[in-house]
Design a protein around this ligand. Structure first.
Ligand SMILES: [Mg+2]
Length: 360
């Protein structure tokens, strides 16, 4: 039975300032939940606070878990995780990050009680390794992004994702220059974060197909699915939905309107492991492949993302951070490993990592 639930907010410094056209981030704000059962087994979940993605704040997530969720799950059997999550859903509204933290903690403790990795709870691993040769280039000046692209390809990255969506002509120029500077072997993806009007998006996909762009993410605004569908129709490049896809209903609408060729699922958007898997399975009904997307996170949330990607048939793209590369510290005993550009799903019990508070 669940005997103790601790809610632990942590501020984790970043090694490098993360700068986009919209935000400048020097640290991460994460929320961890540690569930201990009466036999002493411990499960931990993590959520990244990204108000720009889910609309939740640190205080809001801590408050709702502490005051609404903890009393519901206290003294319950942690193996009843889907039943518990349905109780939790009664008190949560649009709190996908809060939901994500609890769902992950329940999966971790279940795996630790049963002595199996989380992917086994999901039905087994379709794949166990994930390529990490991708790097993100933020929307700086054309000159700086080309410089950064060359630095990354020289460092061995084979896939570059270029942030775009501010000005279509500059975005096209940036892609052209990066292609010229880095050669034909590099895979280039573009993420417009919903920033282009439909006409600009169509212009961009046409121009960028000359530079062999592999995928364009969220060309137009999240809510404008008809616009997304228009771009899909006119594009030779596969279009990925990210900001448009938070819920099962979103996946259904995207599929029905043919508003994307690929769907990007993130655990904090979906509300945890089971919802993420359900979203991918629903997309699978329509023949749409999915990506598990990353946010900046520690090894706890990163491990959960790898387990979902391992245990879901049609999650064929993996986009995850390497916590050790950008975190000032990683609050686990043994950080997730990345070897030769590959990340591996953890074989330990539960998530295969153990939370370690920086104060202990
Ligand atoms: Mg995106």
């Amino acid at each position: 039975m669940i005997s103790v639930v601790e809610v632990i907010p942590l501020t984790i410094p970043l090694r490098r300032v993360y700068k986009t056209s919209r935000v400048e981030q020097k640290f991460l704000q994460q929320v961890f939940v540690k569930i201990t059962d009466s036999s002493g087994k411990v499960g931990v979940g993590e959520g990244a606070i990204r108000e720009d993605i889910t609309g939740e704040t640190l205080n809001g997530v801590v408050d709702i878990i502490q005051n609404r969720v903890v009393p519901l799950i206290q003294d319950c059997d942690p193996l009843d995780r889907e039943v518990l999550m349905s109780l939790v859903d009664n008190v949560l509204e649009k709190n996908s990050t809060a939901r994500c933290v609890i769902d992950i903690a329940l999966h971790d403790i279940a795996g630790k009680i049963l002595g199996i990795p989380v992917y086994k709870l999901l039905g087994g691993a379709y794949r166990k390794t994930f390529s990490f040769s991708k790097a993100v280039i933020l929307g700086d000046s054309v000159e700086n992004t080309v410089k950064e692209a060359k630095r990354l390809t020289n460092a061995g990255y084979g896939i570059l994702k270029i942030k775009a969506g501010k000005d279509c002509d500059t975005d096209i120029l940036r892609v052209k220059k990066i292609r010229e500077a880095c050669g034909s072997q590099i895979e280039i993806r573009v993420d417009a974060n919903g920033g282009w009007p439909v006409e600009e998006a169509i212009k961009a996909v046409k121009a960028m197909s000359k530079y062999n762009v592999a995928i364009i993410e969220q060309p137009v605004h999240a809510d404008f699915l008809d616009g997304m569908a228009e771009v899909v129709k006119r594009s030779n490049i596969p279009i990925m939905a990210d900001e448009s896809a938070h819920t099962l209903e979103d996946v259904m609408m995207i599929a029905e309107k043919k508003a994307a060729d690929v769907i990007n699922i993130k655990l904090i958007k979906a509300g945890g492991i089971i919802k993420a898997k359900q979203m991918a399975e629903l997309a699978d009904v329509y023949g749409i492949p999915c990506q598990i997307g990353g946010v900046m996170y520690s090894s706890i949330l990163a491990s959960a993302a790898r387990h979902v990607a391992a245990g879901t048939r049609n999650i064929v793209f993996y986009e995850g951070g390497k916590p050790a590369e950008f975190l000032g510290y990683d609050p686990v005993d043994v950080p997730l490993k990345t070897e030769r550009g590959k990340g591996v799903v953890s074989e330990g019990h539960g998530l295969g990592v153990t939370f370690k508070s920086p104060k202990s």
